[in-house]
Design a protein around this ligand. Sequence first.
Ligand code: ADP
Length: 348
Amino acid sequence: MFKQARIKLTLFYASMIMLVSLFFSVVIYKSVSFEFEKGLRRVQAMRMAEDMNIEMPKLPPKHFEQQYSELFKEGLAVDLSENLAEAKRNFVGWLALINGVIFISSFGLGYLVAGVTLTPIQKAHHQQKRFVADASHELRTPLAVMKTSIEVLQRNKKAKLADYKKLSDSLLEEVDNLQDLTANLLSLSSSSINNLPKTEVELGAGLQQVVEKILPLAKSKKININQHLESALVWGNQESLKKLWMILLDNAIKYSPDGGRIDINLEKQKKDVVISIADSGIGIRADELEKIFERFYRADSSRSKMNVPGYGLGLSMAQRIVKAHDGQIRAESGLGQGSRFVVKLPSK
Ligand code: ADP
């Protein structure tokens, strides 16, 4: 599909270049022919003046044509008009050669420029395709599980009301998960994150609210949260920033065993505000650190060791929120060493 588009675009660029080149060739031919003719007429007029013994300067004077209009009106002598025709023929030959070279190189150039133009579109198309493929894969698995469990129960002639109740509970749980997944998919695929209304935001206050919200979850796992928050202003969207803290804190709790600790730090550094959220959890292997921000990526450790539910979308959403605020996010970790997520936002 993109090969065809590239060829079409190449033809379009090449024909545009050729049109411009031909247009200028015609303009140049006309003006140069005019100047040729004018020059030869001057030469002829000078010759005639000589024959008539009219004193002339070596170069024709400025208003020569007007002064000697009589001489100038004469048609060109045969030998001069032959010269003119010859010069014009040569000139057309040169123009044809130049246009030929432009014609050939316009294809090469057009092909190159078409490639450059199409690359970002091709990349976006690829990402879109991968997103749709990943999303449908993620949706298919839980749907298949739900379908199979319903079919199994329907085939079981001895199924009791309690079995149906159990199934409906587990189906409800799955549906809740799917609802979360589709909501996350929608916000990931829409461009709304980039166009959020921004105001002056006190970061510490928003972060504090999220910590309070998540505290019961931490308490249920006997995880201690320690925080050191300076007051700092940024230009941003409070709601999406709160979502960012929620993703990072939720992960810190999810991937920590009972009795762990989380340290939250917010400080101003030169022109930035730096927020770090460190936990004493299971950690992430060094080779997986880059990948955890990709959509649907879940590190091995989280699957095998803790069996934590999730779809691998949180951090990719976190990264989008940070990017929409012209900031940076990175993770520092090692397997079994806890993890630290550092967010850097430009301060107001
Ligand atoms: P999810 O948590 O739903 O799997 P995320 O995008 O939030 O999706 O995280 C991607 C992966 O990064 C997780 O599956 C987990 O393996 C790893 N991860 C994220 N945060 C932490 C953390 N604080 N400690 C250990 N691993 C983490």
